[in-house]
Design a protein around this ligand. Structure first.
Ligand code: NAD
Length: 407
């Protein structure tokens, strides 16, 4: 089977779903058999995109079940709001289809168990679309970790540090789900962009696992101040209470003693960063100053240390990941600097081969569970919360992660 023969459906045609359709799914040549959203204008707009790309008109489904009832559809891309991810992925697996689920945290640990149990009962695959696992720097650093350049890894950091004040504050006007989440919940609500690449570095669920976390949240002041300046006192949301703290800090401890610090930081002014940091006994990588420090090459203390910042590109020649070498040699296309393109190539290859997906339900469940567990920890003043072993002990036997196409 080639991509043209592979029929898929997509649910959730907001910002992300529409962009994916335009930048990645249609250019990769898969047949878009159905588009689904609760809003008719979004279904129409997406269907038009599909026909303009030269494909037959897709079915326009208001109800997700209608899309799932289409036998020809082999895989479903879920790019709807966070609350639908796990239920929709479970329904797709029960309908015998591959599910590819966009990122976001879960609402309960029980939901994460449902995801795992549905997979185990049906044998149908579900991939979490953590595109950052396919990022260029993330994969180069993983390559360096695997080659031992940083020694034994002791600590990792990451964050979702993205000024989303407009997206959150105007969620009602723009029909976006973040508004209600920020009004009502206080948690690490978007853990996977940083945790995915860190999981690969630390072999989580593949030789190692996360044991427990503690989370604390700062006060919430960013949205009020933003709305006061943007809209003034008279705008109703200006004086609404937002439960979500501006900065949430989570510390995770792993079975082999490593620690992970994660920061959610989405309602204060700042430059974007995922703050990926990997620290080992022989060196480190630091996204925020794009630098690599190696014990064997760099001086312990150097008054010109700032001059060395930004040196990470110098390692590309020797340590570019094979996946990125392949991508850079070919036609460079699609989404978030290429990582979305590579991620979907990997997913579709697994679907075509009827194979296991590279980022599976155990990854999804353990990463998404950070959200409800952080919510619990914050509510209890930073009390530790245990992270379940969703693999039932199989993590001890699994081989380290690699993209499907590198297998
Ligand atoms: N991986 C990435 O880099 C990345 C980037 C942006 C967003 N995302 C993720 O993509 C998802 C969508 O984000 P967005 O910003 O596009 O949100 P959005 O609100 O713009 O779009 C979500 C769409 O889903 C639809 N929807 C919600 N519930 C539905 C249901 N029950 N049935 C059918 N349609 C339904 C909504 O009508 C809306 O059109 C989120 O999970 C988000 O976290 C991922």
């Amino acid at each position: 089977m080639n991509n043209k023969e592979l029929q898929i459906g997509i649910v959730g045609l907001g910002q992300r779903g529409y962009d994916l359709l335009k930048e990645v799914l249609l250019p990769q040549g898969v047949r878009i058999a159905a588009v689904c959203d609760c809003y008719a204008d979004r279904r129409d707009q997406a269907a038009e995109l599909v026909t303009k790309a030269g494909q037959a008109a897709p079915a326009k489904c208001e109800r997700y079940e209608d899309m799932l009832s289409m036998d020809a559809i082999r895989a479903v891309v879920i790019a709807s709001s966070w609350d639908t991810h796990i239920p929709y992925a479970c329904e797709a697996m029960r309908a015998g289809k591959y599910a590819a689920m966009e990122v976001g945290g879960a609402y309960s640990v029980e939901d994460c168990w449902k995801l795992v149990r549905t997979y185990e009962e049906t044998g149908c695959e579900c991939m979490i679309l953590e595109n950052c696992c396919y990022g260029r720097d993330e994969l180069m650093v993983l390559n360096m970790v695997r080659q031992g350049l940083f020694g034994e890894i002791v600590h990792c950091e990451g964050g979702y540090r993205h000024d989303l004040r407009d997206e959150v504050a105007y969620g009602r006007e723009n029909r976006h789900y973040r508004f209600l989440n920020y009004r009502n919940r206080n948690c690490e609500n978007y853990p996977t962009h940083e945790l995915g690449p860190i999981a690969n570095v630390l072999n989580l669920n593949r030789g190692n696992r996360m044991l427990s976390l503690v989370s604390v949240a700062s006060r919430s002041a960013g949205l009020h101040d933003y709305l006061l300046r943007e809209k003034g006192e008279a705008y109703d949301a200006t004086n609404m209470t937002f439960a979500q703290g501006d900065v949430v800090t989570t510390i995770i401890t792993c079975a082999h003693g490593e620690t992970i610090t994660m920061t959610l930081d989405t309602t204060l002014p700042r430059f974007y960063s995922r703050a990926f940091t990997v620290q080992g006994t022989r060196g480190m990588y630091m996204e925020d100053n794009h630098s690599i420090y190696l014990d064997s090459r760099d001086r312990k203390y150097d008054f010109s240390w700032r001059e060395h910042w930004g040196n990470a590109d110098g390692y590309r020649g020797d340590y570019e990941h094979p996946t990125w070498k392949r991508y850079l040699e070919g036609e460079r296309r699609g989404g978030h600097g290429g990582m979305d393109w590579i991620e979907f190539e990997d997913f579709f290859a697994a679907v075509r081969d009827g194979a296991k997906v590279p980022l599976n339900v155990y990854d999804a469940a353990s990463w998404m569970a950070i959200t409800p567990l952080s919510e619990q920890s914050i509510a209890m003043g930073g009390m530790p919360a245990a992270i379940p072993d969703f693999t039932g002990g199989r993590w001890m036997k699994e081989a380290p992660w690699h993209p499907y196409l590198e297998s």
